[in-house]
Design a protein around this ligand. Structure first.
Ligand SMILES: NC(=O)c1ccc[n+]([C@@H]2O[C@H](COP(=O)([O-])OP(=O)(O)OC[C@H]3O[C@@H](n4cnc5c(N)ncnc54)[C@H](OP(=O)(O)O)[C@@H]3O)[C@@H](O)[C@H]2O)c1
Length: 229
C-alpha cells in the first residue's frame, strides 16, 4: 500500500504506453486502460517483468462507455487499494479536417472521447483522489492554446485545457493537484505517417513524471512541450 497508484487512459500506445513505463520506473503501480486488450497485456507483461509482478494491471476498457469506465476504476481500487493519480490521456483526432468539410459522425466519436470521457474520468476518480490528496493530469494539446482554421479537434482540446484549469481550482479546495500537458507534434500512431523528427512519446512521459514527482507544495499547472523544429 506504500507504492503510489496511477491510472492511465489510452495506455495501449503512444504517449500513454510510454508514460506507463516511465511511471513504473518512478515507482508507481499502473492501471492501464484502452480497448486493445492484446497490446495492453503485452505492455503490462513487459512492465511486470522489468519492475516486478503486480506493478501493472491491464484493464480492457472503452472509456466512452460510462459503465465500463466505472468498472475499470473499481477494478483498479480493488487491485491496488487506492488511487494517487490519474492520467486522462485517451484522445483521437479527425480524418476530415475543418468545419464545412467535417463529418458530424466523426465529431460525435471524438467529442465522446476527448470531451465526455475526460469529464467522466474526472467525476468518477475524484472521490478516490480526495482520499489520497491526489493528482489529475490531462493530455490536452498545443492545439488547445492556439487558433487553427475550422479545427474541431483543436476546439476539443480547448475544452480539455479549460476544464483542466477549472478542475485545478476545484481540487485546490481540498489539497489536490491538476496538471494540463500540452504537447506539440509527437511521433505516435495518432498520425498515419511517422513523424521521426518531432517529439517522442517519452518526451511527454518525462513531463508527466516531472509533474507527478514535484514536491506536494508545488503544483505544476500546465506544461507545454514543443518539437524544437
Ligand atoms: N501525437 C500528437 O502529436 C499529440 C499532440 C498533442 C496531443 N495529443 C494527445 O495525446 C493523447 C494520446 O495520443 P497519442 O499521440 O499517444 O496517440 P495514440 O498512440 O493513437 O494513442 C491514443 C490512445 O487512446 C486510446 N483510445 C482511443 N479510443 C479509446 C476509447 N474509446 N477507450 C479507451 N481508450 C481509447 C487508444 O487505445 P485503443 O485504440 O486500444 O483503445 C490509445 O491507447 C491524445 O489525447 C491526443 O489527442 C497527441
Amino acid at each position: 500500500m506504500n507504492d503510489k497508484v496511477l491510472l492511465i487512459t489510452g495506455a495501449s500506445s503512444g504517449i500513454g504506453e510510454s508514460s506507463a513505463f516511465a511511471a513504473a520506473k518512478a515507482g508507481y503501480k499502473v492501471a492501464l486502460l484502452a480497448r486493445s486488450e492484446d497490446k495492453l497485456n503485452k505492455i503490462a507483461n513487459a512492465i511486470n517483468s522489468e519492475f516486478g509482478n503486480d506493478t501493472a494491471l491491464a484493464i480492457k476498457t472503452d472509456v466512452t462507455q460510462l459503465e465500463e469506465l466505472g468498472k475499470a476504476i473499481h477494478t483498479t481500487i480493488e487491485k491496488f487499494g487506492k488511487l494517487d493519480a490519474v492520467f486522462a490521456n485517451a484522445g483521437k483526432g479527425l480524418n476530415k479536417a475543418g468545419t464545412e468539410n467535417g463529418d458530424p459522425r466523426e465529431w460525435d466519436e471524438m467529442i465522446d472521447l476527448n470531451v465526455k470521457s475526460l469529464l467522466w474520468t474526472a467525476k468518477m476518480t475524484l472521490p478516490h483522489l480526495r482520499e489520497t490528496l491526489g493528482h489529475f493530469i490531462i493530455t490536452s494539446s498545443v492545439a488547445g492554446k492556439i487558433y487553427l482554421p475550422g479545427s474541431v479537434y483543436g476546439a476539443s482540446k480547448w475544452f480539455a485545457s479549460g476544464f483542466g484549469h477549472n478542475l485545478a481550482r476545484e481540487m485546490k479546495e481540498w489539497g489536490g493537484r491538476c496538471t494540463i500537458i500540452c504537447p506539440g507534434m509527437v511521433d505516435t500512431p495518432f498520425f498515419d505517417e511517422p513523424k521521426p523528427d518531432k517529439l517522442k512519446p517519452s518526451d511527454i512521459a518525462d513531463a508527466l513524471v516531472f509533474a507527478l514527482t514535484a514536491p506536494a507544495r508545488s503544483t505544476v499547472r500546465e506544461i507545454e512541450v514543443m518539437p524544437t523544429n
